[in-house]
Ligand binder design. Structure first.
Ligand code: NAP
Length: 353
């Protein structure tokens, strides 16, 4: 279907996720970057004079845009992708929603609000129904829609087929998270090179609660969290892009490895995403090699939107263990947000301009 392109704003356009939005939205069939927003430090300056552009060539027409301050009154676009630092994102996003804009956020601030959908469209597209609850409760015409923590997103992609087919009762997981997950400029090289840092602020708590909401069930206008328990360990490692998650999983009925493998292999995700520009035919790919997935080799799979799972094997403590890996700034951030916006546009939840 041919659509009039929707003008969009990117809030937090100078950072790691903001730059990924700009890269992914170049030539997008439904969206056109109209406005860029950053902090008061950057506002009023030309984007290309302020940004430390990380990846390839910056499109000249984007580089020429003047950065706007984060005020809903100065931004005309009705769709705003938010990649703002969480220290400021919460109230600014509310101000934008109050002004009638649909905000697709990567920040943690509103993810666990009961009336804010926390959506990975292949898994829980139906949770978008919370927008109606949100509009009624907050008396605004706009909306806030969140995508999950980047490691939670990667883990959820391998957990969803198992929750759907068997039911999950216990998850023990440990992450190896890329440096780009800490934003730009991120960590000093002298802290991370040749090192593993076994602490990422708030990360374990976010993974533990967000997984239960994403994999929960929409019930009478609210999400009933999934009942499983999660224990998460998080580590920062010297990898540029791609978060790896090692998981041991307890499943209802203790199915064997063959059945688990089939469930992963056969999963294609919700029908709601079929045909959307950012959706992949196989959002989850099962690898057979004994030493995959690896971030250096596999992070670009499906333009960064495909999550890879491997080493599916029996576990001596729980039922099964596996390794899952996905691109943190694409699948776990900007690409996920864009897919959410495509879903909303395709269902009419964001009216076409
Ligand atoms: P980042 O590189 O540190 O970028 C932060 C952005 O926030 C910059 O554009 C900055 O603009 C802007 N900002 C700071 N203060 C502001 C203010 N007062 N008003 C408006 N904008 C302001 O961070 P990031 O890694 O891109 O992460 C962005 C968000 O996505 C965070 O909430 C993060 O938790 C979340 N997230 C990140 C990842 C990842 O893999 N990196 C994955 C999932 C979610 P200035 O340049 O003007 O300061």
């Amino acid at each position: 279907m041919t659509r009039t392109k929707q003008k969009v704003a990117i809030l937090g356009a100078t950072g790691a996720v903001g730059q990924t939005f700009i890269r992914l939205l170049a030539g997008h069939p439904w969206f056109e970057i109209a406005e860029l927003v950053a902090s008061e430090r950057s506002a009023g300056q030309r984007y290309r004079d302020v940004v430390k552009w990380q990846d390839g060539e910056l499109a000249p027409e984007v580089g020429e845009l003047t950065l706007l301050p984060a005020e809903a009154g100065t931004v005309r676009s009705r769709i705003a992708f938010s990649a703002m630092d969480s220290s400021v994102a919460g109230p600014i996003e509310e101000q934008f929603a109050k002004a009638g804009k649909t905000v697709l956020t990567n920040a943690k601030n509103h993810r666990m609000d009961p009336d804010v959908p926390l959506v990975i469209p292949e898994i829980n597209a139906d949770h978008m129904a919370l927008i109606a609850t949100q509009r009624a409760a907050r008396d605004w015409q706009g909306a806030i829609v969140a995508n999950a923590n980047c490691s939670a997103t990667v883990a959820a992609m391998a957990l969803a087929p198992l929750q759907e087919r068997f039911g999950i009762n216990t998850i023990f997981l440990s992450t190896m998270q890329a440096i780009s997950g800490a934003g730009y400029p991120g960590l000093p090289s002298s802290d991370i090179l040749g090192n593993v840092i076994p602490f990422i602020a708030d990360e374990e708590e976010k993974i533990e609660i967000e997984l239960r909401k994403i994999l929960g069930r929409l019930d009478g206008g609210a999400v009933a969290d999934a009942a499983f328990t999660v224990s998460a360990h998080t580590n920062r490692v010297a990898v540029e892009h791609g978060h790896t998650v090692c998981m041991s999983i307890g499943l209802d009925g203790s199915p064997d490895v063959k059945a688990v493998r089939s469930a992963l292999d056969e999963w294609t995700g919700s029908r709601a995403v079929r045909g959307l520009p950012g959706a992949k035919h196989r959002p989850l790919v099962v690898r057979n090699e004994p030493d995959r997935p690896q971030p250096r080799r596999d992070v670009g799979s499906g333009d960064g939107m495909t999550v890879q799972v491997g080493r599916v094997r029996a576990d001596a403590v729980l039922d099964v263990r596996l390794v899952v890996m996905g691109h943190n700034t694409v699948r776990g951030a900007a690409g996920g947000s864009i897919l959410n916006a495509e879903l909303l546009l395709s269902t009419g939840a964001i009216p076409s301009a």
